[in-house]
Write a protein that binds this ligand. Structure first.
Ligand SMILES: *Cc1c(COP(=O)(O)O)cnc(C)c1O
Length: 400
C-alpha cells in the first residue's frame, strides 16, 4: 500500500485521538529517521522524550533480540532476573530503596498517588488524602492522573473527576503553604514542566518545597517521566537541586522505547504496599526490563550525560541569539536537552515548515516550541536546525 492509502486507512480504523503529521516513518538510527518515501529527518523530538539514546541503539536492540529468544513474559508470580537488575541499578543511582514497575507514565503516577494515600492514612489517619499539584502540570490520562493534571483543557468532558486534588501556581512557595491543610498528604510536581511549556523552577523552589513538606509531614513526589533518564544532563532532574524526593516516577525513555514505567520509593513509604495492594500484569516484564538495563547502562557508560550538558549549553546559547534577532521570540529557556522557545504567536505552522526542511520539532501550549533531541545530538546538528529555524523565521517576518 502506498503512503497516501495507508494514511487514509489509519484515519478510518484508528480512534481519532491524535492529529497526525503526514509522515510515515519506517526506519531510524541515532538522531535520524527515514520515512516511507526515503526522506530523512533529524529528530529534535525523540518520540516525545522516549528515544533519549537515539533510535535503535545497538545495545538496546541486542538486548531485546536476545531476551525475545529466551523468554518474553511470565507474570509477577515469579522472580524476573532483568527486573531485579534494573531495580538494583535504579536504586544504586538514585535516592530510592525500592521500585514498583508498570507500563507507562500515567500508571507510575497512579501508583504514586495510591501509595501516598495509603501511607498517609496508616500514618496520620483516614482523612489524609488530599494531593497538591501545580497549574500547567501534566501527569497522564487516567482519571486520577488527569485530575492531578492542572490544566482544565484535559478535564473537559470527564466530570466528575477524582476528589482530593488542589492546584497551585508553579514556582510559588507561598501558594503551596497556604493550600496545605489537615487533609493534605502529598505534593506532586514535575521538577521541570514539560507539556506545560518547559517551565524551569526558580532557584531554591524545590528546596523550599522539600522544607515545607518536611515541616508539615507530607510527601514530596516528583514526576520525572519526561525529564528523568538524563534529559537534563543528570540522570534525574532532582540532582540539580540538592534535594531528595520521597517518591519519583519515570517512564518514557527508561527502556529505550519499549513501554515501561517505574515508581521509585523510599523504604519507609514502600512498606505501606503489601502483597495484593497494587499490581500490574505486564509491569517489569522480561522484555521491557532487559531493554531498560541496556538503556540505563548505555546512558551511564557512553558519556551521554556529559554530551547532554555540553550540547545543551550550546543549544541554549544559540536559541538566545535567535531571540535577539526576532522580536516575536519572547523567551528561551531550558536545562540540558529539554529546551523551549516561547513565541508571540502560534507555533504550529513553524513545526510544519521545519518538517518540510527535514527537522522534527514540537510545539506545546500553542506558543512554545519545544526541543527534545536524543542525548547524543551534536553541536553541528543543533547548528543545522538553528539555521533552518532562522530561515523559517525570516519567511514569517517578510510575509508580515
Ligand atoms: C508523558 C508524561 C506522562 C504520561 O506518560 P504516559 O506514558 O503517556 O502515560 C506523565 N507525566 C509527565 C511529566 C509526562 O511528560
Amino acid at each position: 500500500m502506498d503512503s497516501q492509502n495507508l494514511m487514509m486507512l489509519s484515519e478510518q480504523v484508528i480512534a481519532h485521538t491524535y492529529n497526525r503529521f503526514p509522515i510515515l516513518p519506517v526506519r531510524g538510527k541515532g538522531t535520524r529517521i527515514w520515512d516511507i518515501e526515503g526522506k530523512e529527518y533529524i529528530d529534535f523530538f525523540s518520540g516525545l522524550a522516549v528515544c533519549n539514546l537515539g533510535h535503535c541503539h545497538p545495545k538496546v536492540v541486542r538486548a531485546i533480540q536476545a531476551q525475545a529468544e529466551k523468554l518474553i513474559h511470565v507474570s509477577n508470580l515469579y522472580y524476573i532476573e532483568p527486573q531485579i537488575e534494573l531495580a538494583s541499578l535504579l536504586c544504586k543511582h538514585s535516592f530510592a530503596d525500592k521500585v514498583f514497575f508498570c507500563n507507562s507514565g500515567a500508571e507510575a503516577n497512579e501508583g504514586a498517588l495510591k501509595l501516598a494515600r495509603k501511607y498517609a492514612k496508616e500514618k496520620a489517619g483516614e482523612d489524609r488524602y488530599e494531593i497538591i499539584t501545580m497549574e500547567r502540570s501534566f501527569h497522564g490520562r487516567t482519571l486520577a492522573t488527569l485530575t492531578a493534571t492542572g490544566q482544565t483543557k484535559y478535564h473537559k468532558g470527564y466530570a466528575p473527576l477524582m476528589p482530593g486534588f488542589k492546584y497551585v501556581p508553579f514556582n510559588n512557595l507561598k501558594a503551596v503553604r497556604e493550600a496545605i491543610g489537615s487533609k493534605t498528604c502529598a505534593v506532586l510536581l514535575e521538577p521541570i514542566q514539560g507539556e506545560g511549556g518547559v517551565n524551569i523552577p526558580s532557584e531554591g523552589y524545590l528546596k523550599g518545597l522539600r522544607e515545607i513538606c518536611d515541616e508539615k509531614g507530607i510527601l514530596l513526589i516528583l514526576d520525572e517521566v519526561q525529564v528523568g533518564m538524563g534529559r537534563t544532563g543528570k540522570l534525574f532532574a532532582y540532582e540539580h537541586e540538592d534535594i531528595q524526593p520521597d517518591m519519583l516516577t519515570v517512564a518514557k525513555s527508561l527502556a529505550g522505547g519499549v513501554p515501561i514505567g517505574a515508581l521509585l520509593i523510599k523504604e519507609e513509604i514502600a512498606r505501606s504496599f503489601e502483597p495484593g495492594d497494587h499490581a500490574s500484569t505486564f509491569g517489569g516484564n522480561f522484555l521491557a526490563t532487559a531493554a531498560g538495563v541496556a538503556a540505563l547502562n548505555a546512558i551511564l557508560e557512553e558519556g551521554m550525560l556529559e554530551n547532554c550538558r555540553r550540547v545543551g549549553e550550546h543549544f541554549l546559547a544559540r536559541l538566545q541569539e535567535v531571540k535577539e534577532r526576532f522580536p516575536f521570540v519572547q523567551d528561551v529557556r531550558g536545562r540540558g536537552l529539554i529546551l523551549g522557545m516561547e513565541l508571540e504567536m502560534d507555533g504550529a505552522e513553524i513545526v510544519k515548515e521545519m518538517m518540510k526542511r527535514g527537522f522534527l520539532i514540537n510545539c506545546t501550549m500553542n506558543k512554545v516550541l519545544r526541543f527534545l533531541p536524543p542525548l547524543i545530538v551534536t553541536e553541528e546538528e543543533v547548528d543545522r536546525m538553528i539555521s533552518a529555524l532562522e530561515k523559517v523565521f525570516k519567511g514569517i517576518k517578510s510575509s508580515e
